[in-house]
Structures are given as C-alpha cells and as structure tokens.
Design a binder for this molecule. Structure first.
Ligand code: GDP
Length: 219
C-alpha cells in the first residue's frame, strides 16, 4: 500500500503539448474547473501547503498541464482553467485539443476532480469536460466550491440537485460541498482522491514514477 501523503506534494513539470507528457504510468488524478472556480485554492487546501498550486498560476503556466508528485507513482495534475471570457479562438482550440486528448487517452488518469462554484455548477464548459471524460467510464468527483457562500440548507439543496443531474448523465460521479477558506469537506475530498489513486491489484504501476529519478523538477 502507498498511502497518499498530501503534505509531501512536489511540483514536477508543466506540459503544453501531448508529446511532452511524462510516461503514461502510475496513477494520476486531474483537477479541472472554470477559471476562478477555486481550483488552486482547493489544491492548496487539500495539500495543506500554501502556494503549491501557485506554480500553476505563474505567467506562462496557466495554459499548461501542471504535474505534482504526491507519492511513489502518484500524481496530482492541475489542468488549465477554462472559460476565460476573452480567450482568443486559437487559444481555445489549442486548449480543447490538449485537454480533450489528455482526458480521453491518458491511461494513468484514474479520475477527475471537477471544481465548480457551488452557486452555479454545471456550466456548458463543465459539461464539455464531463462529456470528454465520460467515455473513459472513470470516476468524477465534483467539489462544489465556496460552499461558505451558501447557507447550509441552500448548499445541501445544491448538492442534491447537482448529484441528481449528474447521476442521470454520468453514472460514476459523486458530489460534495467544499470550501477552502471555511475548511468544509477537506477530509471527504482527500478520501475521494486517495480512493482514485489506490493501487490496483495485479498491477505494478503504482510503484513506478513518471520521471526516471522520481524526483523533483523545478522550484
Ligand atoms: P482558480 O482560478 O479556479 O484557481 O480559483 P482560485 O483558487 O484562484 O480562487 C478564485 C477566487 O475565489 C479567489 O479570490 C479566492 O480567494 C476565492 N475562493 C477560493 N476558494 C474559496 C472558498 O472556499 N470560499 C470563498 N469565499 N472564496 C474562495
């Protein structure tokens, strides 16, 4: 067993082309979400260290797929945010080609954590992500972020409605309320992440590292 060590996360590398992806082995969980949905804050809160996802926000990296190493053969993958109002068409097309192919073809990708603002989940671009990923039949765990901005009752209603809608369309989804600032749902989210990264019987892929030295690259 390789328990997930959330506090030991290290930045590994950033990728802008499919050809630059690290070897397709080990276990990865990708984080996706509209820009401003709270994805970076969620990654930081889950990993218990400020500034981990900060690397993903440095100039030049916001449109890249950023890999972090959690443990032996276990990776957290921060996908570029989507939904920028003024993104040029060419950039959007590039993003679609990169992210669509990554989501549909990556064998090491065990599951997707979809971060959506609890006040307006399931935007058309969120659905696009789900549609791409649904064909893989792998699990999606939705974090309804900024739950502190809703009353307990409104949050719960939103969770149930989102779960119902998703269950109809995408059978392997689960939904929870989450807040990075108010520390709502952190353990539940860590549990979902750890389950996706769990080693599978009969495979050795969990002990392999995606980089030859398994080490740290970059800052
Ligand atoms: P990203 O673009 O998806 O990575 O979003 P960020 O993590 O940068 O968050 C976008 C904005 O939402 C920032 O101003 C954060 O301070 C705020 N934010 C993120 N998470 C929460 C949360 O749990 N509660 C509240 N109230 N604000 C949050």
């Amino acid at each position: 067993m390789h328990p997930v060590t959330f506090h030991c996360v290290h930045y590994l590398l950033s990728v802008g082309e499919l050809s630059q992806l690290p070897p397709d082995r080990g276990a990865e969980v990708a984080f996706a979400g509209r820009s401003n949905a709270g994805k970076s804050s969620a990654i930081n809160a889950l990993c218990g260290r400020r500034g981990i996802a900060f690397v993903s926000r440095t100039p030049g990296r916001t449109q890249l797929i950023n890999f972090f190493r959690l443990g032996a053969g276990q990776y957290l993958v921060d996908l570029p945010g989507y939904g920028y109002a003024n993104a040029p068409l060419a950039l959007r097309a590039r993003w679609e080609a990169l992210i669509g192919a990554y989501l549909q073809q990556r064998r090491a990708l065990r599951g997707l954590i979809l971060v959506m603002d609890a006040r307006h989940p399931l935007t058309p671009l969120d659905r696009r992500m789900l549609d791409w990923f649904a064909s893989t039949r792998r699990p999606v765990h939705a974090l309804l972020s900024k739950a502190d901005k809703l009353s307990r009752q409104a949050g719960e209603r939103q969770r149930v409605e989102t779960q119902e809608m998703l269950s109809r369309l995408y059978p392997t989804t689960s939904v929870q309320l989450f807040s990075s600032t108010a520390h709502i749902g952190l353990e539940q989210a860590r549990g979902a992440l750890a389950t996706m990264l769990e080693p599978r019987d009969g495979t050795e892929d969990h002990v392999q590292d995606a980089t030859p030295d398994g080490g740290r690259i970059g800052p």
